[in-house]
Design a protein around this ligand. Structure first.
Ligand SMILES: *Cc1c(COP(=O)(O)O)cnc(C)c1O
Length: 451
């Protein structure tokens, strides 16, 4: 039932079953990577030549993996060699980027430039926003939902069942009451269910976690409909807080003309993205933007760094803001817009390839995530680094994913299928319940194109 609170056990992150490698497989992989040389417990100091050889071997292996990296939303197409001179410094942005810090080896000037760019993207005035560069989307969610809870201490957190696993974890960490709301087939939140849940808990304020692109299907929660639903249920502006989890799509949607607007001109309160997803970055990072007026409740002046402590972590990576700055500055608005359209076009290309090969598949509007029937063989899934969940798997088309990669992926998939489903005993899974019957190619639904 949609209105029940989530029991503690369910709040734990879901475990991806096929992420577990057997011991032998793990051993094989370690040999390929050359990890057997990595033991440091007996090291008495290593020569530069040996260290170079280990790293070169590792880089070679990773390069090979990169050519088949389809399932995770991490863009691998970047070149930050120009920033190599900065690896000689420890850069640390502990504190509030807008106040600076007494630790002068910081990159807060770059950080504020990046934040200003995102504030403009999501339409909030310079003097009305606050934000910082985080360690990733999860930290952005931690901060956004914390700000919501500080505003509305007895608020209930509402989030759809397609939400990222970090949301349930955060509810547990903050000991917040959390209502999981059903999703539609697209992955977006079902506002009929949301309405019923809101009405059932009308006495408590609402903190909404809004998915701007769900992790698995790329479903976009309908912000305008959510706001309408809140109003209809009698929640006035002072009794709700909306946090937008835009990990992957938060930076893509603003470049698609027909897409719904993420804007602080609407009654939203915080937005976050992951920097390493669409933009691509050698290490995880993210951006959080919120309304400045919420910050007093969250911050404290700290003498030792001569700054204000308002972030989730203490020491913060000083390189990450420079990577983000470089990624934005180098592409420019036109470059980013072209890249967004290129990814979506290639996602459509993949959708058509799969469907033409008789493989059930779905692609949401404005999305670059193609969802399809889960390959029978987990070895194949791992070979292409696919993310899978129950009966489905997905490919996230980012800049590094080429048409050639997609061609050879589908070719190999169909070759394998003719082996997996050779005898009647095995059949492609029915994915009608996951993606709708017209996207399903099982023997009953057969990609019914008539609807
Ligand atoms: C990836 C993702 C996150 C978490 O981002 P990290 O950068 O991995 O912490 C949160 N929400 C959604 C919807 C995501 O897809």
């Amino acid at each position: 039932m949609a209105m029940t609170f989530i029991p503690d056990a369910e709040l734990l992150p879901t475990v991806v079953v096929n992420a577990k490698l057997s011991r032998e497989e793990k051993h094989d992989e370690e040999n390929i990577i050359g990890l057997t040389n990595l033991d440091v417990t007996k090291s008495i100091g290593e020569t530069d030549a040996n260290l170079d050889a280990i790293i070169a071997h590792y880089a070679q292996t990773i390069t090979k993996y990169n050519m088949r990296n389809l399932g995770y939303p991490t863009n691998q197409d970047f070149n930050y060699e120009a920033l190599a001179p900065l690896l000689q410094f420890h850069l640390n942005n502990a504190g509030d980027p807008f106040l600076g810090s007494s630790f002068s080896l910081n990159s807060m000037a770059f950080e504020v430039s990046v934040l200003d760019w995102f504030a403009k993207l999501w339409e909030i005035e310079k003097n009305e926003y606050w934000g910082y560069v985080t360690t990733g989307g999860t930290e952005g969610n931690l901060h956004g939902i914390l700000a919501g809870r500080e505003q509305l201490p007895d608020g209930i957190l509402y989030t759809s069942q397609d939400s990222h696993y970090s949301i349930a974890k955060i509810a547990k960490m903050y000991r917040m009451k959390c209502v999981k709301v059903d999703s539609l087939l697209s992955g977006e939140i079902d506002c009929v269910q949301l309405e019923a849940s809101l009405l059932a808990h009308k006495d408590k304020p609402a903190i909404i976690n809004l998915n701007i692109g769900t992790t698995l299907k790329g479903g976009i929660d309908d912000l305008d409909l959510v706001i309408q639903t809140l109003n209809k249920c009698g929640f006035t502006r002072d009794r709700f807080y909306i946090h937008c989890d835009g990990a992957l799509f938060g930076i893509m949607l603003p470049f698609i003309k027909q897409a719904p607007r993420i804007s602080f001109k609407k009654p939203i309160d915080s937005v976050t993205i992951s920097g390493h997803k669409f933009l691509g970055c050698p290490s995880p990072c993210g951006v959080l933007i919120t309304r400045l007026k919420y910050m007093n409740a969250l911050s404290r002046d700290v003498d030792i760094i001569a700054s204000r402590d308002a972030t989730i972590t203490g020491s913060r990576c000083g390189h990450a803001p420079i990577f983000l700055w470089y990624a934005l500055k180098k592409r420019g608005l036109i470059g980013l817009e072209n890249e967004v359209h290129e990814c979506i076009m290639k996602a459509h290309y993949l959708l058509n390839l799969l469907r033409d090969a008789g493989i059930g598949a779905m692609l949401n509007k404005f999305s670059n995530i193609v969802v399809f029937e889960r390959p029978l063989d987990d070895h194949f899934t791992r070979r292409w680094n696919l993310a899978s969940n129950k009966n489905t798997a997905h490919v996230v088309v980012l800049k590094h994913v080429t048409v050639e990669m997609l061609d050879s992926f589908v070719r190999e998939f169909t070759e394998k299928q003719s082996i997996w489903y050779k005898d009647e005993q095995f059949q492609p899974p029915c994915i009608a319940n996951d993606v709708g019957s017209r996207n399903c190619a099982c023997s009953i639904h057969n990609l019914s194109r008539n609807c």
